[in-house]
Design a protein around this ligand. Structure first.
Ligand SMILES: Nc1ncnc2c1ncn2[C@@H]1O[C@H](COP(=O)(O)OP(=O)(O)OP(=O)(O)O)[C@@H](O)[C@H]1O
Ligand SMILES: [Mg+2]
Length: 494
């Protein structure tokens, strides 16, 4: 299988073998656009170029060996609009982190629409989700609503481009249930677009992609430069659901956290869709080709690894993300410094689009190491806040946490996380679980594996971190974090 992982900051394509191990990979970063404070946009033609470039690299390495299928996993919630006849986008994509529709969400809540959103979609009313982004895009860019219009998330954009890119050559307009469940337009119980929500936001249902299971054939490649034709696209899932699958959290009660740009804790809650729970999102974990659907509770933290990128690019106190761990470990504590990286507001469990980044407790002794350590700690505290809320909401304790993502390579992060949660943290050998998950979904559809249990058996432990016996220190530090967090709240309120 070849998996395309179209993330928020870059695209990685890689080969996943029939034994569940990763092979050759290629990566391209793409440009982040910040036209105004709180706004984040991507050029989707540039994303497509990055996909083509990485596919070309991977295909070159694979040579004559057959490719059974393509899997796609992607940054979720990001809104794209394009023309079916020309394949040209209607401007940039509005990225999941973008806060421009915060006031619109307030308005919808004031008008009493929150319970509709909670009940049908399992989400909360926050600019994070795609629905209000589509509405903004159609209205502010004067996009004509007609048969030529296509709306979709990044998965749909890539399926469209991979299958020909234009209506006249039969390009496919589809999405999978996991991506659809993040739009604020899907009824997660019926797994169909919700006519009431679409009407509320002025989104034409006819422009939306067809909703399909995460595992199963979506279409075949057609005319992609440097890549063979007729390869089936057989697995599609949003990056966090793919990571849950890639971590083999296939049984109810299993949970993972991915430390990437942001962090997303997902807990498998089984085949029954639970009622909305306070501060948490209910989402579709996957639907397999036989129709089996699994639901997850999710805590979404917008900024974790991105705060390390900010240490590098914004503050320039490190040259490389990999310096963070050693620098943070060079001291025993931050001397009371707390970094709250609420750069794009706060997600779970606070849901405050007006929060902004805050640093408190700085003294004359504060230096680079304290800033680095406080940033690592902020990832840990934010995760604890989410897990605490999840445990409270679901009434079941988690027994351990599987971790992955670029920043999970830091042992300090994993150890502090175990200490803060009081549970064992487990890191797998392959921490690119996002692409693994999409590879598994594609492989299941093509008969490479026959069951989720078989897929689960490929998971293997690289390291585990046991919590400190005494939680007094951890709890005291966390209590102080909550005070710091409070100071970041409601800062940018209009
Ligand atoms: N050696 C390292 N030590 C600490 N942090 C790291 C290290 N390598 C990467 N990171 C952090 O991990 C993040 C990237 O991880 P990953 O590639 O999993 O992110 P992602 O969220 O999947 O990216 P994307 O948003 O493009 O999908 C970056 O934000 C970076 O700061
Ligand atoms: Mg990613």
């Amino acid at each position: 299988m070849v998996v395309i992982d179209a993330g928020t900051t870059g695209v990685r394509s890689r080969v996943i073998g029939a034994d569940g191990t990763g092979g050759v990979a290629a990566y391209r970063e793409f440009t982040q656009h910040y036209p105004q404070p709180g706004w984040v946009e991507h050029d989707v033609d540039e994303i497509w170029e990055a996909v083509v470039a990485t596919l070309t690299d991977v295909a070159g390495e694979v040579g004559e060996r057959p490719i059974a299928a393509i899997g796609i996993t992607n940054q979720r919630e990001t809104a794209v609009a394009w023309s079916r006849s020309s394949g040209a986008p209607h401007g940039t994509a509005i990225v999941w982190q973008d806060r421009r529709t915060a006031e619109r969400c307030d308005e919808l809540e004031a008008a009493g629409h929150l319970s509709l959103v909670r009940e049908r979609t399992g989400l909360v009313l926050d600019p994070y989700f795609t629905g209000t982004k589509y509405e903004w895009l159609l209205r502010e860019r004067n996009v004509e609503i007609d048969d030529d219009l296509a709306l979709g998330t990044i998965d749909s954009w890539l399926i469209w481009k991979l299958t020909g890119g234009r209506a006249d050559v039969g390009a496919i307009h589809a999405t999978d249930v996991t991506n659809a469940s993040r739009t604020m337009l899907l009824d997660i119980r019926t797994r169909q677009w919700d006519a009431d929500l679409c009407e509320l936001l002025g989104v034409p249902i006819g422009a939306l992609p067809e909703v399909r299971p995460s595992s199963g054939r979506f279409g075949t490649t057609d005319g992609v430069d440097g890549f063979p034709d007729d390869i089936p696209i057989s697995g599609v899932a949003g990056d966090q659901q793919a990571a849950l699958f890639g971590q083999a959290c296939v049984e109810p009660g299993m949970a993972k956290n991915t430390y990437g740009t942001g962090s997303f804790v997902l807990l498998n809650v089984g085949a029954e869709c639970p009622p909305p729970t306070k501060g948490m999102l209910t989402t579709i974990a996957w639907t397999l080709s036989d129709g089996t659907t699994v639901y997850a509770l999710e805590g979404a933290i917008f900024i974790t690894g991105a705060a390390i990128q900010w240490l590098r690019d914004g503050l320039q106190i490190i040259d490389d993300a990999a310096e963070t761990g050693p620098l943070a470990e060079s001291i025993d504590d931050t001397g009371g410094v707390y970094v709250v990286p609420a750069f794009t507001g706060l997600g779970s469990p606070w849901w405050d689009p007006y929060a902004r980044g805050t640093i408190v407790g700085i003294t004359r002794g504060t230096g680079r190491a304290e800033m680095a350590r406080a940033t690592v700690e902020s990832m840990v505290y934010q995760t604890r806040d989410v897990v605490d809320a999840m445990v409270e909401a679901s009434g079941t304790a988690i027994t351990d946490l599987r971790v992955d993502g670029g920043a999970s390579v830091m042992d300090l992060l994993c150890q502090l996380q175990a200490d803060q949660l009081g549970v064992t943290v487990k890191r797998p050998v392959d921490n690119e679980t996002t692409s693994l998950g999409a590879g598994f979904l594609a492989g299941l559809a093509e008969g490479v594996w026959s069951s989720t249990a078989e897929v689960g058996a490929t998971w293997s432990l690289q390291a585990e971190f046991s919590p400190a016996a005494d939680r007094t220190l951890a709890d005291a530090a966390h209590a102080q974090w909550l005070r710091a967090l409070d100071r970041s709240r409601a800062w940018a309120r209009p």
